[in-house]
Structures are given as structure tokens and as C-alpha cells.
Write a protein that binds this ligand. Structure first.
Ligand code: RI2
Ligand code: URA
Length: 505
């Protein structure tokens, strides 16, 4: 049936059909249709949603997400036909039943995902099936290579091309904002691509976006890296492994990071930008993605094995993730904390030590520093102001303000101080509770939202002194975040009353 194209500004891939047209075409809610733009003969597929009022008879309204693939214009004539179910759905079902993906099956799933043929519920089913039943190393390699093939690749003539990545999972992990300028200021190339928050309250791409634009094409990333030595950009921005970012988007609301997809997500971003040397940070501890050192070592070996298969030299750093890195969580708070260290101000030891340790491994792997001297050399780049200068170069080349200072990042005007209920030492911190409070307060979407930890494990606090301050840009968000803090006890002081339990009668 031929209809007239309309376009609606929503990203989820969908085509809205009037219920009378849908009946004539022979499709129900959630079925798939093919859409052919008559002018160009270009055909794509999309899942259907049926409406009585939003789309009038004779018109088909496609989302921007669908139109990106169709490349149509409002008013175009299009032909709509009922489509058969893509074969990738059978492959997803195979994984649900505990089967193993072949390379061809992985390619079909990633291709259908990238071209918006799979619906959000089918993508979620794919992620969930792989989360529950796992992917072996062959399947992970297939996925990595298909993620890379779904987008553009960069190659540099100068070697080495260095990279760093964190598996995430620890709040306040802003180290990339220090590690990248340290490495680039030592004369190495580092085209760093990051995801937005996956399980956390602010991914590196979210943080960097407070300093400069992060969405660039592959050729822009290459040119900027060659000029400035490094960049910090969003991996999902354009066409660098776009399927990776789709998976991350569907993982975010579930607060999961499926193991096989995480391995592929990390290494696809490295392979796509032509990295040959990579340090991967594996934070471990309660409330992180990896509970203990033994599991950290297993993951490290998986990343190293995958790196070998892809021709990337990988070293992993198993790091302490039992409490936040630094004291700030949330976009502006974290950016400010990272910049102030680069500016030479005193700051949280956890942030400085972790950053120089990771940067130091890269310096040693590339021969820039001798064995055992990398972290001192990395620290020197901060102390001599070279890392700050490089960070400002990176900000400028990405279109940000090169005069920016750590004091330029406002926090939300709605604040609440959580006081200690008793005297004592802080014995532990619940990472997940802190992340959840920061997300409830509005992070990462509201850049001023988040929290500042006044006390960390081992520190003494007196009753009534602040344990943490919550910041929000909207009053209602602060109210909800405070309610959460009152029930989850994110900072535990020894001897404190956690809960009163009484009989229901
Ligand atoms: O939200 P969670 O799961 O904590 O972590 C996700 C973050 O971890 C990685 O950080 P980086 O790019 O190595 O700095 C990803 O790119 C992303 O920014
Ligand atoms: O980039 C990343 C980091 C952690 N987990 C992912 O899935 N991707």
C-alpha cells in the first residue's frame, strides 16, 4: 500500500500506522513492515505501532531513528508491505535456550540491530539471553568484529596508538580526564572513545561533554588526535562501532553490563580506532561489577586473550573499587575534581594514585618509561603542568573553552547534607546506593546533580557532622534522592543503627 511519509522527532525505531491502514496492510502492533521510498527505491524495515489518532489514514509516521536509515523527506510517497520476521530472532531464541552463536548469526543480529530491524524488546531479549547464558571467547570475538564492521575504522600511520579503558562499575571513576592528557603530553597518540553511563551516574562521555562537544566522525577523530595527541570522544556518537552504543542504551535502564557484551564493547572501541596498546582498569570489590581479585584475574585474562585475537596488546590493572574514586559523583562535580588535580591543587589520593598508576602502565608498555618508573613519570606530567596544558589543548580541539577552570562548574542549587547519626569511624560505603542516589538526583542528564562524600572509610566523624551532600537542579529530584539516602544508608558509621524491625501485630 502506498502512503505519504511524515516524520516524528523520537529516536526509538518505529513506524506509526493508522489502524485502518494497518488492517488493510495486514499487520498488528509489533509486527514488521518494509518501507520503500518510491523516489529512491531505498527499502528498510521497521516495527509497527498502531494509532487511531496520531497518524491519519493515508499517512505513515516514522521516527527519526527509522528515518535515519530511510533518508526520506516529509511528504515523500512510500510503499508499505508486511515483512517476514528477521532470521536473527530465531538466533536470539537459540541463545535463550542456551545455544552458541556462529559468526554468521552474530553478523545477522548486529546488522538487524544497526539497521533498526530489531525492535527494542527484541534487542533487550538478545542482551538478556546473552547476560544469562553467556558468550564464549569465539562468540565474543565474533561480536567484537561485527560491532567494528557496523561502523567506520580509523588507522594511524604513526605507532604506537595507545588506549585506556575501564570496565566501569565504581562511582566517581573520572580518571580518563587525567590519564588521557598525561599519556598525550608524553608524546603518545591516544584517540580515546568512551561510552556514556552504563551502570553508573556519569560515564566518561557524559563528563567530557561538560567540557567540549564529544560527537565526531571517524575522520574528525583521526585529524584531532594527530593534531592534539589525544581526544576524549563519545564512542556512540557517529559511526564508530554504532552497534556497541545501541547495546549500552538498552543496558542502562536494566543497570546491567552483560559480560560478553562488555568485553566486545570495550575491545570494539579499541579496534575501531586502530589502538595497538591498551591498559584496562578492572575495579573490584563489593558493589562493583567484579566482586573480588580472583574474578578480576579471570576477566583480565579474557581481555588479554581477546586482545591477542584482535592484534591489540592488552595489560589489565585490577584496582580497588570498594569505595568511590575521589569524593565527587556526578558530571560537573567530577569534572571539577579532575581539573583541580590537573591544576596542581591538592586532591583525593584515590584519584591521583589510580590515574598515575594506569597512565604509568601505558608509559611503560610503550617504552616511554622504564620498568617500575611509569607512575612517577606520569605524576611528573601533572606536577610540571604538562597534563593540564594538554587537557586544555584537547578541550580546544574538540571545540570547548581552552581557558576553562575547575571552578567553572556549577552544582545544583538544591542541596541536602546527610549528617552522621552517631560518632565513629566510617566502616564502609555502598557504591550502588551512592550511584542510585546520584542518578535519582538527576545525574548524568542534569550536569549540576550528584553528591560529595565528606567522609570515606577509615575516617572519623562526629554525630551531626556531614557525611555527604546531595546536589540537584530540581527540588523534586532532591526530595526523592534524600528519601533514598534515608532508607539505603550509603555511608556506614560503626555502631550506627541501620534498621528497626518490629512485629507487624
Ligand atoms: O557506567 P559504568 O558502568 O560505571 O561505566 C561506564 C564507563 O566506563 C568506561 O569508562 P572509560 O571510557 O574507560 O573512561 C566507559 O566508557 C563508560 O564511560
Ligand atoms: O565501554 C564499556 C565499558 C564497560 N562496559 C561496556 O559495555 N562498555
Amino acid at each position: 500500500m502506498n502512503l505519504i511519509l511524515d516524520i516524528i522527532d523520537i529516536s526509538t525505531p518505529v513506524i506509526l500506522l493508522n489502524d485502518i491502514d494497518a488492517r488493510q496492510i495486514g499487520v498488528l502492533e509489533g509486527d514488521r513492515v518494509t518501507i520503500t521510498r518510491i523516489k529512491s527505491k531505498h527499502t528498510i524495515a521497521a516495527p509497527v505501532s498502531i494509532t487511531k489518532t496520531l497518524t491519519s489514514q493515508g499517512t505513515a509516521t516514522v521516527s527519526l531513528g527509522t528515518n535515519n536509515a530511510l533518508d526520506g523527506e516529509k511528504g515523500d510517497e512510500i510503499e508499505i508491505r508486511a515483512a517476514s520476521r528477521p532470521s536473527s530472532i530465531a538466533f536470539i531464541r537459540k541463545k535463550m535456550d542456551g545455544g552458541k552463536f556462529t559468526r554468521e548469526e552474530t553478523a545477522a543480529i548486529i546488522s538487524d540491530m544497526s539497521s533498526n530491524v530489531l525492535s527494542p524488546s527484541e534487542i533487550t531479549a538478545y542482551i538478556t539471553a546473552a547476560y544469562i547464558n553467556g558468550l564464549d571467547m569465539d562468540e565474543v570475538e565474533f561480536l567484537t568484529r561485527e560491532m567494528v564492521a557496523s561502523g567506520e575504522q580509523i588507522t594511524f600511520s604513526k605507532k604506537p596508538v595507545v588506549d585506556k579503558h575501564s570496565i566501569g562499575g565504581v562511582p566517581g571513576n573520572k580518571i580518563t580526564l587525567l590519564v588521557v592528557p598525561i599519556i598525550a603530553s608524553a608524546g603518545l597518540l591516544i584517540p580515546k572513545t568512551s561510552s556514556r553511563a552504563i551502570t553508573g551516574a556519569g560515564g566518561t562521555a557524559d563528563l567530557m561533554e561538560a567540557l567540549a562537544p564529544v560527537a565526531f566522525s571517524a575522520s574528525e577523530i583521526k585529524t584531532m588526535t594527530e593534531k592534539a595527541g589525544g581526544v576524549i570522544v563519545w564512542g556512540g556518537s557517529t559511526n564508530i562501532a554504532p552497534a556497541d552504543d545501541m547495546i549500552v542504551t538498552y543496558e542502562y535502564p536494566l543497570k546491567i553490563d552483560a559480560r560478553g557484551q562488555m568485553l566486545a564493547s570495550i575491545m570494539a572501541k579499541k579496534l575501531a580506532v586502530g589502538s595497538d596498546t591498551c591498559v584496562i582498569d578492572i575495579p573490584i570489590g563489593p558493589g562493583t561489577k567484579i566482586p573480588d581479585e580472583a574474578e578480576g584475574r579471570i576477566l583480565a585474562n579474557e581481555l588479554i586473550t581477546l586482545g591477542n585475537r584482535l592484534g591489540i596488546r592488552v595489560e589489565c590493572a585490577v584496582t580497588f573499587g570498594g569505595s568511590p574514586i575521589g569524593r565527587n559523583i556526578g558530571v560537573n562535580l567530577e569534572v571539577s575534581e579532575a581539573l583541580s588535580i590537573l591544576e596542581g591543587k591538592r586532591g583525593a589520593n584515590s584519584l591521583v594514585q589510580k590515574s598515575v598508576a594506569i597512565a604509568g602502565i601505558a608509559l611503560e608498555m610503550t617504552g616511554k618509561s622504564g620498568s617500575g618508573t611509569g607512575s612517577d613519570a606520569a605524576y611528573d606530567q601533572i606536577k610540571k603542568g604538562k597534563a593540564l596544558k594538554k587537557m586544555l589543548d584537547i578541550i580546544e580541539i574538540q571545540g570547548g573553552d581552552p581557558k576553562v577552570k575547575s571552578t567553572d562548574f556549577p552544582v545544583g542549587e538544591h542541596t541536602f547534607v546527610v549528617p552522621a547519626a552517631s560518632d565513629g569511624y566510617v566502616v564502609s560505603i555502598k557504591n550502588q546506593a551512592l550511584i542510585s542516589i546520584a542518578r535519582t538526583a538527576g545525574s548524568p542528564v542534569d550536569h549540576g546533580a550528584g553528591l560529595h562524600l565528606h567522609k570515606k572509610p577509615g575516617e572519623y566523624v562526629k554525630r551531626g557532622e556531614p557525611l555527604l551532600t546531595i546536589y540537584a537542579e530540581r527540588g523534586w529530584r532532591l526530595t526523592r534522592a534524600v528519601e533514598e539516602a534515608r532508607t539505603t544508608y550509603p555511608v556506614l558509621v560503626e555502631g550506627m543503627l541501620l534498621e528497626r524491625i518490629s512485629s507487624n501485630r
